[in-house]
Design a protein around this ligand. Structure first.
Ligand code: SAM
Ligand code: SF4
Length: 452
């Protein structure tokens, strides 16, 4: 198979921000299951909290996130109120739990919540949970709405990491994606955050956008490097207009083809490496002294719904519509509709729509996939042993790696699986060999037994 054929094959392979992936969640897991799982937590279970805010001032044409546009503040205030009640509700189901190591506000644009609401919710987090002294407290920000007052408020409530959506700085590209923000706007946002003491920054960039050229993406990277954020995420634009109708505003003729996409990604990547950033996993870059680069060096990089992370919390609790939580027992996802979510919470019910209980086999395969995605290698025997299992049940997955081995993308040595340097862009295919739920998978028989 050529690299181009492999890149086509990858389109049908998940990004593995969870295993099993979210389409396998089902309504059999409800608020009662979540309540039991929460009650079974112990003081040894450290926590991560994810708070989802599904609002933006306007919707960018490319956006694949769960969010909607609002010009008014009333829905934001009402949402914050319900979010506070959800925090109380979930906390009331915890008999015991360990320290919170990581808080992440995602969206949408969570900083659109009125500053008073942000202050109140952050205060509640301190009252309801035991925050670790070195808790990482991160938020996603839209640079167009970063004021001096917001920056100060964020610092005051303990936020210590911010991620800014940049995407591309070229005006032609920006007009085509419905997101015009000049370099000056970005620079001002960065200086306001830094002046408030918020120094740990991430920039989101994208390749594969309409009208993007090698020249334009390299210029975006060059200007990004001038501002020196500790981390940069470089996402490939996922064009799914059948799921996200507003993406139809992007003309398909203006999109780069798959060979051009690879060239754009390669150009951005080599400029970032030349500027001293280290490549982390599939789509992240970090300066050597950033905690993500350090975590990767120590084999402590993790992968969750936010992508690559240094989050070391063992149990992830999700708040807000559509948020996903992950406990040792399984996944839970909240209702996607604000009205349904609010009604459940007002009735004192956990607003769970669906989820999935995890078997030992799921947990083992999930860990193997995570190790491949983060470390590009896995000792199957050691990982199986950490779940009290032997690796024999993984032989079908090793066979499924054959094609990648022949291509020189993967090396299998006994129970050790290693993704080679040239195989790294295709790591998702190696991960897919261990996915027992994937259509046509030879990783296990689960898919077939489920189908009957
Ligand atoms: C919640 S937004 C970031 C915060 C803020 N809302 C903003 O846009 O500035 C999350 C990120 O997801 C990425 N993203 C959104 N839609 C995408 C798509 N269709 N394909 C790939 N990445 C996408 C963008 O890089 C975006 O910055
Ligand atoms: S990219 Fe960010 S600002 Fe734009 S619509 Fe999506 S979540 Fe909102």
């Amino acid at each position: 198979m050529t690299e181009t054929q492999l890149s086509y094959a990858m389109r049908n392979v998940p990004r593995y921000t969870s295993y099993p992936t979210a389409p396998h969640f089902h309504a059999g897991v409800d608020g009662n299951a979540y309540s039991r799982w929460l009650e079974s937590l112990t003081p040894d279970d450290s926590l991560s909290l994810y708070l989802h805010v599904p609002f933006c001032r306007e919707i960018c044409h490319y956006c694949g996130c769960h969010t909607k546009a609002t010009r008014q503040d009333a829905p934001l205030v009402a949402y914050a109120k319900t979010l506070s009640r959800e925090l109380e509700l979930v906390a009331s189901h915890l008999k015991a739990s360990g320290p919170v190591r990581h808080i992440h506000w995602g969206g949408g644009t969570p900083s659109l919540l009125p500053e008073q609401s942000l202050i109140e919710i952050a205060g509640m987090l301190r009252v309801l949970f035991n925050l670790a002294p070195d808790v990482e407290h991160a938020i996603e920000l839209d640079p167009r709405y970063v004021t001096i007052s917001l920056s100060d408020t964020l610092a005051r409530i303990g936020v210590n990491r911010a991620s800014l959506g940049i995407q591309d700085l070229d005006l032609t590209v920006q007009k085509a994606i419905g997101r015009v923000q000049s370099y000056e706007v970005v620079k001002t946002a960065v200086s306001r955050l830094r002046a408030a003491g918020l120094n740990d920054l991430n920039f989101d960039l994208m390749y594969g956008l309409p009208h993007q050229t090698l020249r334009s993406i390299r210029e975006t990277v060059a200007r990004t490097i001038e501002l020196r954020p500790g981390r940069i995420a470089l996402f490939g634009y996922a064009h799914v207009p059948w799921m996200k109708k507003h993406q139809r505003l992007i003309s398909e003729d203006s999109l780069p083809g798959s060979a051009e996409r690879m060239e754009l990604a390669d150009a951005a990547r080599s400029d970032l490496l030349a500027a001293g950033y280290r490549a982390i996993g599939l789509d992240h870059f970090a300066l050597p002294d950033d905690s993500m680069a350090i975590a990767e060096e120590h084999g402590e990089l993790r992968r969750n719904f936010q992508g690559y992370t240094t989050d070391s919390g063992e149990q992830l609790l999700g708040f807000g519509v559509s948020s996903i939580g992950k406990l040792s027992k399984g996944y839970v996802q909240n209702m996607p509709d604000v009205g349904h979510w609010r009604r459940a919470i007002e009735d004192g019910e956990l607003p769970v729509a669906r989820g999935m209980e995890l078997s030992t086999d799921d947990l083992l395969r999930g860990r193997i996939i995570e190790q491949l995605m983060t470390d590009y290698r896995c000792d199957l025997s050691a990982t199986a042993a950490s779940f009290g299992e032997t690796p024999q049940g993984l032989l079908g997955s090793i066979d499924a790696l054959d094609e990648l081995v022949r291509e020189g993308f993967v090396v299998v040595n006994g129970w050790n699986v290693q993704v080679s340097a040239k195989g790294r862009p295709f790591v998702r295919l190696a991960a897919a060999a261990f996915d027992a739920y994937l259509e046509g998978s030879s990783a296990g028989t689960k898919r077939h037994s489920l189908a009957v």
